[in-house]
Design a protein around this ligand. Structure first.
Ligand code: TXA
Ligand code: MG
Length: 325
């Protein structure tokens, strides 16, 4: 069974000792909980793939405590990466850059690619943990592959409760942002592309650099390798963009637009009664998890505005509904 730790310094040093000897530690970030391992240890990294049941061709993000470390330790930075880092780190942004030939990052973490995804999270507990370490942490979202990402320590525990290996879970409360980081591929400054959207939007990125997707990719949108796999699937079937439901359904509303369904549906939650997309993102995985546990036959989700952060929310919902990936 995983060990549950608090975010007090004493417990964080238990977590760091475990990481130093190849153990796994789930830690909070501002986006979602990560399942962390020493990025330089093949053995520790392979444990992540086994525990998550993650396809080996799906690379991991390396987490650092500062922009300087993230940009100058294992990757080759460029002007755009430095400008994006200055503007958005620490924060929910991941940059894909060319890996330094001298990097000690495990080849399993990069799925043998020449690039590495790096990020500096904006979470005090995560920083206190990284401060105790002399290596970066690779960390995918702390959920079994194909299932909902986790935004609380309890949800992480539920995912891995039957694991017998060395796994600790640091309880740092609910993640503020609630959906994963925006991934920008800046490895070729002439062809910058966004591989996955989070709360950092296209408009915000374009205040720093032009997003120029390669012409030969014009018809095929570039995606992170991981986005090709099934994602975020709850146990129950999910129907999205729906304005009605029946009495066996659980209804997930947005902005109170269909509050009348509270009387009809078996259970009812609202991602953001005030219609705030950032609040909706922060509640998305947790509310889907709660409704998935309820005794319903389907989860039915209200239409969500498809602009700004709504683009990322709708992408996740379409994946959860099995319409992409
Ligand atoms: O917010 C986040 O990014 C969270 C927290 C824990 O930091 N992490 C996260 O990791 O979402 P994960 O493994 O669930 O998703 C990482 C995505 C995958 O789709 C993977 O394919 C992509 O990043 N990725 C990793 N390295 C890459 C690379 N070198 N090139 C392109 N995509 C990469
Ligand atoms: Mg994930």
């Amino acid at each position: 069974m995983p060990k549950l730790l608090s975010c007090e310094l004493e417990d964080l040093s238990v977590a760091s000792d475990s990481l130093k000897t190849g153990g796994l530690v789930s830690f909070p970030t501002e986006t979602v909980y990560g399942l962390g391992a020493n990025a330089y240890s093949d053995k520790a990294v392979l444990r992540i793939y086994m525990l998550k049941n993650r396809p080996p061709v799906n690379p991991l993000i390396a987490h650092y405590k500062s922009a300087d470390e993230a940009l100058f330790t294992d990757v080759i930075p460029n002007k755009t990466a430095i400008a994006l880092a200055e503007r958005f780190w620490p924060g929910p942004m991941t940059l894909v850059l060319n890996k330094k030939p001298s990097s000690r990052i495990s080849r399993f973490a990069t799925a043998e690619l020449k690039t590495l995804a790096v990020r500096v999270p904006d979470n005090a507990v995560c920083h206190s943990l990284l401060d105790l370490l002399t290596f970066p942490l690779v960390a995918p979202s702390a959920n079994k592959s194909t299932t909902l990402s986790t935004t609380t320590a309890e949800a992480v525990f539920e995912n891995f409760s039957d694991y017998e290996g060395d796994l600790s879970i640091i309880d740092g409360g609910k993640c503020k942002v609630g959906i994963e980081s925006t991934i920008i591929d800046v490895s070729d400054e002439e062809n910058i592309s966004v591989l996955r959207y989070g709360v950092l939007t296209k408009e915000e990125i374009e205040t720093v650099c032009e997003i120029r997707e390669r012409k030969d990719l014009a018809t095929k949108k570039p995606v992170a390798p991981g986005m090709m796999f099934k994602h975020y699937a709850p146990c129950h079937p999910i129907k999205i963009g729906a304005v009605e439901c029946n009495q066996d359904d659980a209804y997930l509303d947005f902005g109170g637009a269909h509050k009348d369904l509270e009387k009809i549906a078996k259970s009812y939650l609202d991602l953001s009664p005030s219609g705030n997309l950032c609040e909706a993102a922060s509640n998305l995985f947790q509310m889907l998890r709660v409704l998935d546990k309820s005794d319903c036959s389907r989860i039915v989700v209200a239409p969500i505005a498809n602009n700004g952060v709504g683009l990322a929310i709708n992408d996740k919902l379409r994946r959860a509904a099995g319409l992409i990936g």
